[in-house]
Write a protein that binds this ligand. Structure first.
Ligand code: SF4
Ligand code: SF4
Length: 212
């Protein structure tokens, strides 16, 4: 099962105001708890120019995403940014495919245990309920940083590799490089509040609501 919720307005609108937008929505996993009506209302009320809105099954599948991105390459190129409505895994896949463009997630992921999509997952999501990736260039700081740091590196990286796991790239080096490439280093100016564990699924959504 997959449970996501739309991000609060004030976490999305400041990022997209006045921009040209391309939208990708995931329709995979029909048994998901996905706030489809809220998403439709949000998109219908956008004042920004929407250059394209594509719904695809299993946005976590890199091959699907790559094919769609190729098919809509002109529109995506024209857009200032790409908005993604999916779980955290889906947004990470889109960010990895559309490397030259800002990719924003519009959803917070609360639960995806058992969810596999259609392909072996290269990315993971800890279902933190307050997705940070709009500040980290579409790279999840919780699953990619060995210490799960959300406000910058620990300082222990060696030659771009993690001090805990030298086999892995330091997530914060990856985040910094991607933000720099996108000319979005100002994202690092914001100090994120400590994680709010009350946003985890057990605290934030009742079982009754999930099963509805
Ligand atoms: S920050 Fe990471 S763990 Fe949290 S919702 Fe986003 S992808 Fe998932
Ligand atoms: S070296 Fe980088 S990835 Fe490793 S714990 Fe420190 S900040 Fe996180």
């Amino acid at each position: 099962m997959l449970v996501v919720q739309l991000k609060p307005d004030d976490e999305i609108r400041p990022h997209i105001a006045g921009k040209k937008i391309f939208i990708l929505e995931c329709l995979g996993c029909q048994d998901v708890y996905s706030p489809i009506d809220e998403i439709n209302k949000f998109i219908d009320n956008l004042k920004e120019e929407v250059l394209g809105r594509v719904r695809l099954d299993y946005i976590c599948n890199r091959d699907f995403v790559s094919a769609y991105v190729k098919g809509y390459s002109e529109k995506i190129q024209e857009a200032d940014l790409v908005l993604v409505f999916s779980c955290g895994v889906g947004t990470q896949v889109v960010s990895s495919v559309i490397e030259h463009k800002a990719v924003y997630t519009c959803c917070d992921t609360l639960y995806l245990n058992g969810f596999q999509g259609l392909s072996v997952q290269q990315y993971d999501c800890y279902q933190c309920g307050e997705c940070y990736m709009n500040y980290t260039a579409g790279v999840c700081p919780l699953t990619n940083c060995s210490k799960g740091l959300i406000n910058g590196p620990c300082g222990g990286a060696q030659k771009g590799k993690c001090e805990v796991n030298p086999e892995a790239d330091c997530a914060w080096v990856v985040i910094y490089n991607r933000l720099e490439k996108l000319k979005m280093l100002d994202r690092l100016d914001k100090v994120l509040a400590p994680r709010n564990y009350s946003k985890l699924l057990s605290q934030s959504l009742s079982r009754e609501k999930i099963e509805r």
